[in-house]
Structures are given as structure tokens and as C-alpha cells.
Ligand binder design. Structure first.
Ligand code: ZN
Length: 306
């Protein structure tokens, strides 16, 4: 499957390592009024505060998020070294948690399963991942991605059978690879209810496959892009108790802030507001929806927000 035009050329350049959609967008040029920040309390379930854009700025970024009512964030590991870095960032920041995993587009980088286990053993590590498959780019080759994913899933199964504290949910990266990834996940003993397909960019059929499988879906700023009608439709049909919101920052700044780089956890508010509007929820109904998103994140990741 080729994704239709969601993303601008410069966003493609920024996002190429993380596997966001690459086709060019056709901006409507329409001016939108920014929604009021601070009317919602939401949580950014997926960002990358270890990336160079944020070097030395973790506390500042989190303070900016708190100022508009964002309760905190999970910074996601993309390699064993990055997962240790993510863990270290959480130590001085009470509203920050992290994950531990090897991203498919980093399958060709050096990795250490013992470092990954050390990162996952931190009490602030809420999940394994992000891990998965990315069929969009020719490299790393698909067979290498599959081999590393297989190895990683086996490693995680071993960890969680050894130690109940390592029995954490999975954050999945899936781009143009729903059938391949679902087939691999079906071979494991992980319950689908403990898997989230993050940064959903598939078709409505893909969303149905993920939901029928029993997994969760998490939406980024892509849902705010005028060109991403299929993602908006997926956000409309997804059961409210199986969805979460995220920024995937520094990438994918949501509308109406799309021109601002880098994206930051504070902009997750726009993702939540857009999905509420897509679902026809406004005022107190939207507020109840934002609270449900927070409860979903607490339930999925097994923690309590500040
Ligand atoms: Zn990510």
C-alpha cells in the first residue's frame, strides 16, 4: 500500500528515520484559528525528547507542556543506547516516563539486549518499543528488520517470563506493513490488548484489522492534516476506550501549528481537539473525551498521571 499525500517534503526529510508517510501534501492555504490551549488536560503518550532538537531542554519542554495543561509525556526509545538515554532523562523529570526498544529503521545499528533490559528495568519504563516493521523504505532491508523484530520479541518474551516487572505493553511502529506485522504478532504469546499501533497512518481497512486483532490505535498530528482523510475516518470509528493521542515529536507538528518546528509535547492538545471534533464532541462532551484518553493511557501503560 502506498500512502496518499499526508506530508510535506521538509517533513519527509525530518521524519525519514522514524518512518512517517512521505508523499507531498496539498495544503489548502486556508487560515485556521488556533484552538484555545489549556482547556484540556491530556498526555503525550509518544515523543522523542532524546533527539538533538531537544538537547538540554527537557525540563523547559515539559514546563511548556504543563503550562497548557499537558500532564506529561512518554519519551520513546529507538535503540538500546537511545533507551538508556531516555531512561536518564526521566530521572530528573517527574512528569516524564520512557520506553525501551529497537525501532525497525534502526535495525542496522549496533544494539545490546542487556542495555535494553537495563533501560526496561527502570521503574519509569512503561513499555517495550517502539518496535515493528517499516516497508516504506528499501533500507534497512525487510529481512533484516524481520530478523531483528523476531529476536526482539523473543528477548522480550524471555524477560517477561523471568521477571513480572518486565511484563510491559508493546508500542508498535507499523508503516505499510499491517499484514506482515499482524502475522508476526499472532505468532507470539503477547495479548493484543497490550499492544498499541502508534502514529496510525493506514487506511480504514488497516484500522479495522488492528481493532479486530484486539490492539489499540494511537493518533498523531497526521489526523489534523487536510490530506489525511483515511486517518481521520480511522479516528472516527475507533472505540473510545482503545485509542490514545501522541505527538511523535520532534516530527509531525499538528495543524494549526504545522509550520512550527520542532513539534513538542504541548501540541498534543491539538491532536486531541481535532479527534474530538471529528467525533462530533464539543464542550463538556469533548472534556469527557479528553479525560477518557488520559484514563486509557493510564490503563494501557499501567501508571498514574500526576
Ligand atoms: Zn516514534
Amino acid at each position: 500500500m502506498i500512502l496518499a499525500g499526508f506530508i510535506t517534503a521538509s517533513e519527509e526529510l525530518e521524519g525519514s528515520r522514524l518512518g512517517i508517510p512521505v508523499a507531498r501534501t496539498h495544503q489548502s492555504g486556508k487560515k485556521q484559528r488556533p484552538p484555545l490551549l489549556g482547556c484540556a488536560r491530556v498526555f503525550d503518550t509518544h515523543c522523542h525528547l532524546t533527539f538533538p532538537d531537544f538537547a538540554g531542554r527537557t525540563a523547559e519542554i515539559l514546563a511548556g507542556a504543563a503550562a497548557v495543561g499537558v500532564r506529561g509525556a512518554i519519551t520513546i526509545g529507538t535503540s538500546s543506547a537511545d533507551s538508556l538515554h531516555a531512561r536518564d532523562l526521566t530521572l530528573a523529570n517527574p512528569s516524564l516516563w520512557h520506553s525501551a526498544g529497537v525501532h525497525p529503521l534502526y535495525s542496522d545499528q549496533p544494539r545490546s539486549w542487556s542495555d535494553l533490559k537495563a533501560a526496561a528495568s527502570s521503574p519509569k519504563c512503561l513499555a517495550w518499543g517502539e518496535l515493528g516493521l517499516d516497508n516504506h523504505y528499501p533500507n534497512p532491508p525487510r529481512d533484516l528488520q524481520r530478523r531483528v523484530l523476531d529476536e526482539q520479541l523473543e528477548f522480550i518474551e524471555r524477560c517477561r517470563s523471568e521477571l513480572p516487572a518486565l511484563n510491559k505493553p508493546l508500542v508498535l511502529h507499523c508503516r505499510d506493513a499491517f499484514d506482515d506485522l499482524l502475522a508476526m504478532l499472532r505468532q507470539t504469546s503477547f495479548p493484543p490488548s497490550r499492544m498499541v499501533f502508534h502514529c496510525f497512518t493506514g487506511t480504514v481497512d488497516d484500522a479495522r484489522k488492528v481493532l479486530d486483532f484486539g490492539a489499540w490505535i494511537s493518533f498523531t498530528g497526521v489526523v489534523t492534516f487536510a490530506s489525511a482523510a483515511s486517518v481521520a475516518e480511522a479516528a472516527r470509528i475507533c472505540p473510545s476506550d482503545r485509542m490514545m493521542v501522541e505527538t511523535d515529536s520532534p516530527f509531525l507538528t499538528p495543524e494549526p501549528m504545522r509550520k512550527i518546528r520542532p513539534n513538542e509535547p504541548k501540541f498534543v492538545v491539538h491532536v486531541a481537539q481535532k479527534i474530538a471534533a471529528i467525533r462530533g464532541l464539543f464542550g463538556p462532551d469533548a472534556d469527557r473525551f479528553y479525560s477518557e484518553l488520559d484514563r486509557n493511557a493510564e490503563r494501557f501503560f499501567g501508571f498514574t498521571m500526576p
